[in-house]
Design a protein around this ligand. Structure first.
Ligand SMILES: [Ca+2]
Ligand SMILES: [Ca+2]
Length: 239
């Protein structure tokens, strides 16, 4: 049985400590240079960055934003919209905020609440504003750094009208962000049969229990509870 499972994993192309564990950057311009430019998301100002997928579908794993937060009661609202005619149209998902938001300038990671697949050839918008009391700025580089990756930059929009109305006005400010995806194949789908189910979970347990380096999902060369929780999270998201 173990031998058969090993063959399965090998067939799925999951080399030890290598690709196949997700974390592919679909598009981004991080880390940014933190110079001069930012979007102050106060008094209802909203900002959006758009991207168009190329030839492959991709599952969302996380969105990273370079933010400057001035107080503990800031409440970012980070959402993904589908595009219609070059502007955000249909709300697809409001992302989970980080458990600890902190205060200050840092990269913050927002995660999907369920599975979200970006379809090849379609355009999507990352839309951000602040619903809390403290101030929130979304950093941008100066001079501008155009987001790059497997997807193509599709525009930068702002609105000075109170949220949650998506923005529609062109903005020259290119905010610092990164869309991280599972890649075309879900890392949770360990046996690569196109479904994330109990078979994958038991396969991970087997790799984990046997100390197989393929269970080292965070690549720190130790197989421990951190890797287990990373897999649980991927499994829950189907990522
Ligand atoms: Ca599977
Ligand atoms: Ca590890």
């Amino acid at each position: 049985m173990r031998r058969a499972l090993s063959v399965f994993v090998a067939a799925a192309g999951l080399a030890p400590g290598a690709a196949g564990v997700g974390g592919e950057v679909l598009i981004g311009n991080m880390p940014g240079n933190d110079q001069a430019r930012s979007t102050f998301l106060e008094n209802g100002r909203i900002k959006a960055m758009g991207f168009t997928l190329d030839s492959e579908n991709a599952w969302l794993e996380a969105v990273r934003l370079r933010l400057d937060i001035t107080g503990p009661d800031v409440v970012p609202l980070v959402r993904i919209f589908a595009d219609a005619d070059g502007v955000p149209a249909e709300l697809l998902m409001t992302l989970n905020n980080p458990i600890v938001l902190g205060v200050g300038l840092d990269d913050y990671r927002f995660t999907p609440t369920s599975r979200l697949m970006f379809e090849a050839g379609k355009t999507y918008w990352l839309v951000v504003y602040n619903t809390g009391g403290a101030s929130l700025s979304w950093l941008a580089s100066g001079p501008s750094v155009t987001p790059q990756g497997q997807a193509t930059h599709a525009g930068s929009l702002y609105s000075s009208v109170s949220g949650p109305i998506p923005p529609i006005f062109n903005s020259p400010t290119l905010n610092s962000y990164e869309i991280v995806t599972c890649g075309p194949i879900s890392a949770a789908d360990l046996n690569a049969d196109g479904v994330v189910d109990a078979d994958d979970f038991f396969l991970f347990l087997e790799l984990f229990a046997s100390g197989d380096s393929r269970a080292d999902l965070n690549g720190d060369e130790t197989i421990d509870a951190n890797d287990f929780f990373i897999y649980l999270n991927k499994f829950a998201l189907g990522c």
